[in-house]
Each structure stands twice: as C-alpha cells, then as structure tokens.
Design a protein around this ligand. Structure first.
Ligand code: FES
Length: 258
C-alpha cells in the first residue's frame, strides 16, 4: 500500500491584518416620521380643499379654471359650485386602497408601521362596519372620477387658447402637468386594473382576451407606482388651484387702464 506524502506548508511570514473598519451606520428615519408626515399632509390638504371649495371666489381667470371647480355645474346657486363636484375626487381618494393603508396607519395606528404593534387589539372587523363599509364603493367613485378627469383634460387643453388664439402661459403648463399626474393616478388604480383584466381567470377563454391581457399588463406596470402617483397628483391639484387663485387675485387688483 503506497504511503501518503504530506507536503509541509511553506513558511509564510505573518502579515499584519488591519482591524476591521467600522462602517458608518446607514441613517434610518424613525418609524413614526412617515405616519406623522401623512397626518400633516392629508389634514392640511383636507382643510385647504374645504376652504377652497366653500370660498367660491377667484377660481377662474383668463383661460384657467381651478381643477377644484371643474366641471362647473351650478354657478348661480347660493352654494359654491365646487361643492357639487369636489366630493367625487375626495371620496375617490378617501376610498383608494393606497390612501386607506396610509391613513389607517397614520391616523389610527392600525398598525403605525411594519413590525410596530397596534396600540389596541381585538374588535377588528375590517371594512364591514360603518363608515368603513363605504370603502367598498371605490369602483363607483372611479367611474365618476373618470368623467371628471375628461373635463379636466378639456380644461387643460382650453388653457392653451385665449380669446380665440393659441396661448401659452405658466398656468397652461401647470394645468397640463396636473391632468397628466391625475391620469396616471387614475390609470394605476387597483380597481381599474381589476375591471379591465384582473377579474379574468382565463384570458384565452374570454372575448378580446389577448387585448385585455395586454391592457392589464400595462396597467400593472403603472400600478406598481400607484402610491407615487397618489402623492404627485395630490400636490399637483393643490398647486394648480393655488396658482389659479393667486393669478386671479393679482388680476383682480390690477389697476384698470382707461
Ligand atoms: Fe387608489 Fe383606486 S386604488 S385610486
């Protein structure tokens, strides 16, 4: 039986190994920061939208119409015309799956964040009791919001004309950007995605299955950023109203030249 030869390891001069360098810890925002920001932003938006809707003044100037007041339904009545229309986008947002997650976490701490326990447990009945049961009406607010969105597109395009001529102002661009963000928000809606293709079990068995699959795939791409579009469109609609309001107030106080 052949003997096994073990070659001794060559002598290696010891090398000084530097002590491990401690990496600076990545900054992590405290878990409560996001819920607090959501409360501040949503409360601020709610208060501003209520004030703007009830105010009934300075919402239209030149070719611009505030998105809070579009479409104008009843302008001569005793109540601001925004009241007749603004409930649609507000309830659409209030019942949105993304905003529900946000305000359940932020306002009710239910739970406030991942891996943070709820302040109280038990008695959870989901969205089966008043008023949360109305969240199930989201798709009906979606249908109404699509109609409102069509009017907002019309307003944005009209803002590029003035007194029968092509016109380009800062407000035209703001209204256009706003309606693009609103469209992305609506198109990325979970309910719309479900309605246009997500409710099918078998695309090849359904009428226009291939087209619906293709549509569903595209909406699914948009849906991944639904939260982002929710915030962008919230700020853009707010900014558009503020801009029209400031512009209208400035024009109102311009000296009249005779
Ligand atoms: Fe957010 Fe429909 S789920 S708008």
């Amino acid at each position: 039986m052949a003997s096994r030869v073990v070659t001794p390891a060559p002598d290696v001069a010891p090398v000084a190994v530097p002590p491990p360098v401690a990496k600076p810890a990545a900054y992590r925002a405290p878990w409560w920061l996001q819920p607090v920001l959501v409360v501040v932003v949503l409360s601020g938006f709610g208060l501003y939208a209520t004030w703007a809707a009830l105010q009934g003044h300075n919402y239209q100037v030149g070719p611009y119409l505030s998105p809070f007041y579009s479409p104008e339904i009843w302008t001569t009545g005793p109540i601001s015309s925004a009241v007749w229309i603004l409930w649609i986008p507000l309830l659409f947002r209030a019942t949105c799956y993304y905003y529900r997650k946000s305000y359940y976490r932020s306002f009710f701490w239910d739970p406030p964040a991942c891996a943070i326990s709820e302040p109280r447990r038990g008695g959870y009945r989901g969205e089966t009791v008043f008023p949360w049961v109305f969240s199930n009406l989201h798709r009906f607010f979606l249908y109404l919001s699509v109609v409102v969105l069509a009017f907002l597109w019309y307003d944005a395009l009209v803002a590029f004309t003035y007194q029968g001529r092509p016109y380009l102002g800062l407000g035209s661009v703001i209204l256009l950007v706003n309606v693009v963000f609103l469209s992305l928000y609506v198109l990325s809606c979970h309910s719309l995605r479900h309605l246009l293709g997500g409710n099918l079990d078998c695309y090849s068995c359904a009428a226009a299955g291939q087209a619906r699959y293709s549509l569903w795939s595209r909406l699914s791409q948009l849906n991944r950023r639904h939260g982002l579009y929710a915030w962008l469109s919230l700020f853009s609609v707010l900014f558009a109203d503020v801009y029209v309001r400031f512009f209208a107030a400035a024009v109102e106080h311009l000296p009249v030249v005779h």
